[in-house]
Write a protein that binds this ligand. Structure first.
Ligand code: ADP
Length: 179
């Protein structure tokens, strides 16, 4: 039995299309439990870190010029340039969570995704930017799930932590409520 954690992001098109409820309902009807959630305004730096391997993959698939152009558009898409500059990021946990939640999401290309999946139902390929606007992100392997969860969340933001942590003294300025 492998208990996995999996990063799920409702992307800016998912928020704008009011799909948050549908997606969370679909996830709540699985055996997986939510162990972290927050709304994030995605910076270029965060987008680049999240998609650190995608640029090369797109260049290999589409050629140098087209691959780079699509990659830049994917970065803009996740930052919300075309919808809203917010995403809802969540971590789900359970046995075989990654494969199961990816099946529920459907294929990357919404035009090829099974029409009963979330991406198949609600996604589209943007004809201007060529970006597959597929409503949600789901980690695709244990290795990437770890990398992504550690990128998007601090250990204290999760109700269950499965990756090693350490105690560190940190001193930093923090914005707090005035009253
Ligand atoms: P997934 O999100 O299914 O794990 P990838 O990691 O390959 O897929 O790609 C990240 C995101 O970049 C996709 O969800 C999609 O929004 C976009 N994308 C990937 N490949 C393409 C492509 N060939 N054309 C347009 N957009 C793409």
């Amino acid at each position: 039995m492998t208990i996995q954690q999996c990063l799920v992001i409702i992307k800016p098109d998912g928020l704008v299309k009011s799909l948050t409820g549908n997606i969370i309902t679909a996830l709540s009807e699985t055996k997986f439990k939510i162990i972290g959630a927050k709304v994030v305004s995605v910076s270029k730096e965060l987008a680049e870190k999240h998609y650190s391997e995608l640029r090369q993959r797109l260049i290999e698939k589409k050629g140098e010029e087209k691959g780079k152009a699509i990659f830049e558009e994917v970065l803009k898409y996740i930052q919300g340039h075309y919808h809203t500059n917010r995403v809802l990021t969540m971590v789900y946990e359970g046995e075989n969570a990654i494969e199961s939640i990816r099946n529920l999401a459907g294929s990357t290309n919404p035009e090829e995704a099974d029409p009963t999946t979330i991406r198949g139902k609600y996604g589209r390929v943007n004809s201007k930017t060529q970006v597959m606007e597929n409503v949600m992100h789901v980690s695709d392997s244990e290795e990437n799930a770890k990398k992504e969860i550690q990128l998007w969340f601090e250990p204290e933001e999760l109700t269950n932590v499965i990756y090693p942590t350490k105690k560190e003294k940190v001193s930093m300025d923090k914005i707090v409520w005035k009253n």
